[in-house]
Design a protein around this ligand. Structure first.
Ligand code: PRP
Ligand code: MN
Ligand code: MG
Length: 185
């Protein structure tokens, strides 16, 4: 596997820009959920870094839970079919649920998850997604909280993978187009 600098075209968002924005969102969430104890769901694996920064910055009572979902496998295009790799530990019936995601691309993952949490009887379901890529939306998703709206480029880092690697990059970078075009998937 290539060194990260060999596959990156340029940095899109620095670590500080990302973290500062997440902290602003955390303040808003603290206000909106005052008096409540939401279950804050991390959509693994991509949301892991966003979730860590958000929850560390939140000050209201909350419960943490984790759900591992896959719509992409190792390919570049959403397959449209969501696979549950690992389910939640809590029953969300009657609970206020806040979903934390790294990116809305086609919208398939969140569209499915919001429907599923409503089927399970959640009292309320809201979403924070760090990134939104409007050019690719096919499924409708209401984002109450968002970090950045980005153009239609393949991004990696801060939890987002390219072929399951580079999630540990601490900023968000654009993949070189030749790497993207060279891949056959
Ligand atoms: C990625 C990303 C979002 C989803 C967004 O997850 O983390 O969860 O795709 O795409 P969509 O809006 O088209 O559904 P992926 O399925 O790659 O799993 P991962 O989080 O483990 O990387
Ligand atoms: Mn994901
Ligand atoms: Mg992925």
């Amino acid at each position: 596997i290539a060194d990260v600098q060999d596959i990156i075209d340029h940095e899109m968002l620095s670590h500080d820009e990302i973290v500062n924005r997440i902290h602003e969102v955390a303040k808003q969430i603290d206000k909106d959920y005052a008096g409540k104890t939401p279950i804050v769901i991390c959509v693994l694996k991509g949301a892991v870094a966003t979730y860590y920064e958000l929850t560390q910055a939140m000050t209201i009572p909350m419960k943490m839970d984790f759900m591992s979902l896959s719509s992409y496998g190792s390919g570049f295009e959403s397959t449209g079919k969501i696979t549950v790799r690992q389910d939640l530990s809590y029953d969300v019936a009657g609970e206020d649920v806040l979903i934390v995601e790294d990116i809305v691309d086609s919208g398939n993952t969140l569209h499915w998850l919001v429907g599923e949490l409503n089927r399970r009887g959640a009292k309320s379901v809201e979403i924070f997604s760090l990134l939104e890529k409007p050019a690719r939306h096919t499924a409708k998703v209401e984002l109450k909280y968002k970090g950045f709206v980005i153009p239609d480029e393949f991004v990696l880092g801060f939890g987002l993978d390219y072929d399951e690697e580079y999630r540990n990059l601490d900023s968000i970078a654009v993949l070189k187009p030749e790497v993207y075009k060279g891949a056959n998937s």
